[in-house]
Ligand binder design. Structure first.
Ligand SMILES: Cc1cc2nc3c(=O)[nH]c(=O)nc-3n(C[C@H](O)[C@H](O)[C@H](O)COP(=O)(O)O)c2cc1C
Length: 248
């Protein structure tokens, strides 16, 4: 039998944690975890990430409000906001007498991908020592206010937050799509997709109906219909353009 590495086991046992004990993470461990995040690969070695650690209780309360009342945003031992940051390399460009080329979609992608890779490294590092995490995309409900709270300059935008702490709950692992649906070989095709998703919908309905909290009756594809069938955060494009991103 295949001997899975402990890293694969950590990855496979991921589940978002939304209830934490009051025990602190501690500065040393937090810094080690964030340094592990920094070790992620970085496109063009841009390192286009700034992590904002939010400790001010008033700012925590404001983020809870922005996220529609997600209590753990205020109470988790640590709350980090991951920002895509082109301002730092642009300052370097100016230092060396260059004129930074602003608003390139390509640079936006590079910085945003850097953030995702760094954050996921942080998540895995945290989970590898028994901590729990929850990403918080809802800070983009009011991206402008999130940016203002953290004094983010031009060319920096908040991508998502992350709660970190010691788990005070033990939720079930959420089943993912069958591999046959998301892994394709050589040529994109959708043969067998509808049938496989129907089976997965059944698995998800069962998962939601029997899990220990927040029980509901819903398949995954219905969830997607709800998600993609409505507008979402239309303010993001003007917000990003206002911050100097996505102009060309
Ligand atoms: C970028 C991103 C943003 C997310 N935002 C939120 C959020 O605002 N609030 C929340 O409770 N969960 C949030 N989640 C967690 C997802 O709901 C969760 O990862 C997904 O349902 C799968 O469940 P699992 O993480 O337990 O496997 C987010 C996840 C990601 C990757």
């Amino acid at each position: 039998m295949l001997n899975l590495s402990s890293t694969i086991n950590v990855l496979s046992n991921h589940r978002s944690i939304r209830k934490f004990t009051e025990a602190p993470v501690g500065d040393d461990l937090l810094c080690k975890i964030i340094a592990a995040g920094q070790a992620a690969a970085s496109s063009s070695f841009l390192q286009g990430v700034t992590i904002m650690r939010v400790t001010d209780p008033n700012k925590r309360a404001a983020f809870k409000e922005i996220t529609g009342g997600q209590a753990y945003v205020e109470t988790a031992p640590e709350f980090l906001v991951f920002c895509a940051d082109l301002s730092r390399p642009m300052r370097c460009c100016a230092t060396h007498g260059g004129t930074p080329y602003e608003g390139l979609t390509e640079h936006f992608i590079i910085a945003t991908v850097d953030v995702a890779l760094c954050a996921q490294n942080v998540a895995v590092a945290a989970e590898s020592v028994g901590l729990g995490i929850c990403y918080i995309g809802a800070i983009r409900n009011d991206a402008a206010r999130s940016a203002e709270l953290l004094d983010l300059p031009q060319q920096v935008y908040p991508v998502f937050g992350m709660c970190i702490g010691w788990p005070d709950q033990d939720p079930e692992v959420k089943p993912r799509l069958p591999l046959t649906v998301m892994l394709k070989e050589d040529s994109y095709g959708i043969d067998g997709e509808a049938e496989a998703i129907a089976i997965y919908d059944e698995e998800m309905r069962n998962y939601y109906a029997t899990r220990s909290a927040n029980i509901k009756i819903q398949g995954w594809s219905e969830q997607m219909a709800g998600l993609l069938g409505k507008e979402s955060r239309l303010h993001m494009r003007p917000f990003l353009e206002g911050k100097g991103f996505l102009k060309r």
